[in-house]
Design a protein around this ligand. Structure first.
Ligand code: G3I
Length: 302
């Protein structure tokens, strides 16, 4: 009768949502969260700017609120995100070279150590590939420290929290034929061949008219899984929330044994980073939308 319970009955999968700490005392929000979901991802609270506002000074207050809320209720936590070109604190934005590399590695180590044993999966590195047809890495201050910045971040995360699954997370990686998807695939394949610790790939799956639901989405999921990693749908939202598309996404995940969970990127449309596109499962009043019914019935029967 709920998303989380139904997902759990499908091979122990989870159904999660992004959560904002400052909404936990909104009773409509908390009621839906506690009823429907068995996994949470802090939407902003674990990012570099939030957790290390000045170098070497760590602030876990808001993230801890979410982690405690979740764990007290038996929900899993997805950690998001240890290393990312965006939402860096100002002091890091101004760094480069080995100083930035060391600051990034210290950040990964400190945050993963703080939450050691409490995180189901970490987005260790987020959005490191360029959009478009190049298949190249995204240019960023982190990329300019050297192409190996991703693998050293994964090794640091593994050392700090050996029990967490370590994920590479990105968007516009849904269509199997896209250069970006292929580039991420080749990186994961290379990491597996060389023993770089990686356990999962996160497909954000922010779908809209520009990047619609691809008919080969299931191929994307199963191809990554065939490399020996779990696949997670990590930030799902769909412009207009068409019930049929939500149903397809859920059915595709269920068809791939190593697609272990789905996270929607917010609860009500009004909670969304793109609220005007009404992309989520609950309306602004907290009512279930047709997309909700489609997801629940796919989880139960699909
Ligand atoms: O916290 C401040 C607040 O103090 C201030 O008054 C307010 C005024 O603008 O801004 C608040 O911060 C905003 C924050 O969300 C919390 O609401 C930031 O400006 C805003 O940039 C930030 O947006 C977040 C965005 O990531 C930043 O990149 C969104 O909430 C969040 O949903 C979005 O999530 C990302 C994933 O992390 C990675 N994948 C894409 C996804 C969507 O963009």
């Amino acid at each position: 009768t709920t998303l989380g319970a139904s997902a759990a009955e499908r091979g122990g999968r989870y159904f999660g949502t992004a959560v904002a700490a400052n909404k936990l005392n909104d009773s409509t929000y908390a009621t839906i969260l506690n009823r429907e979901f068995n996994s949470v991802t802090p939407e902003n609270e674990m990012k570099w700017d939030a957790t290390e506002p000045s170098q070497g000074n760590f602030n876990y207050a808001s993230a801890d609120q979410i982690v405690n809320h979740a764990r007290q209720r038996g929900m899993q936590v997805r950690g998001h995100a240890l290393a990312w070109h965006s939402q860096q604190p100002g002091w890091a934005q101004n760094m480069s070279g080995s100083a930035l590399r060391n600051a990034m590695l210290n950040h990964v180590t400190q945050v993963a150590t703080h939450y050691r044993g409490q995180i189901h999966s970490w987005d260790v590195v987020n959005e490191a590939f360029a959009d478009g047809g190049s298949g190249a890495r995204r240019d960023s201050n982190l990329q300019r420290t050297g192409n190996d910045w991703i693998e050293v971040a994964f090794r640091a995360a593994r050392a700090a929290d050996p029990g967490a699954k370590l994920c590479y997370n990105d968007y516009n990686t849904d269509n199997w034929n896209d250069a970006k998807t292929q580039a991420v695939y080749r990186m994961v394949q290379d990491f597996k061949q060389r023993g770089v610790p990686i356990d999962c790939v996160g497909l954000q799956s922010h779908l809209n008219n520009g990047s619609p639901y691809p008919s080969n989405y299931r191929t994307t999921l199963s191809s990554f899984a065939a490399l020996g990693v779990d696949v997670q749908i990590t930030e799902l939202d769909i412009e207009g929330a068409p019930a049929a598309t939500y149903r397809n996404v859920v059915n595709d995940c269920l068809a791939v044994p190593r697609c272990t969970g789905i996270t929607v990127w917010g609860i009500r449309d009004s909670d969304s980073w793109r609220a005007s596109q009404t992309p989520l499962l609950f309306n602004n009043s907290g009512g279930k939308k047709p997309a909700y019914d489609a997801v629940l019935s796919a989880l139960n029967n699909g």
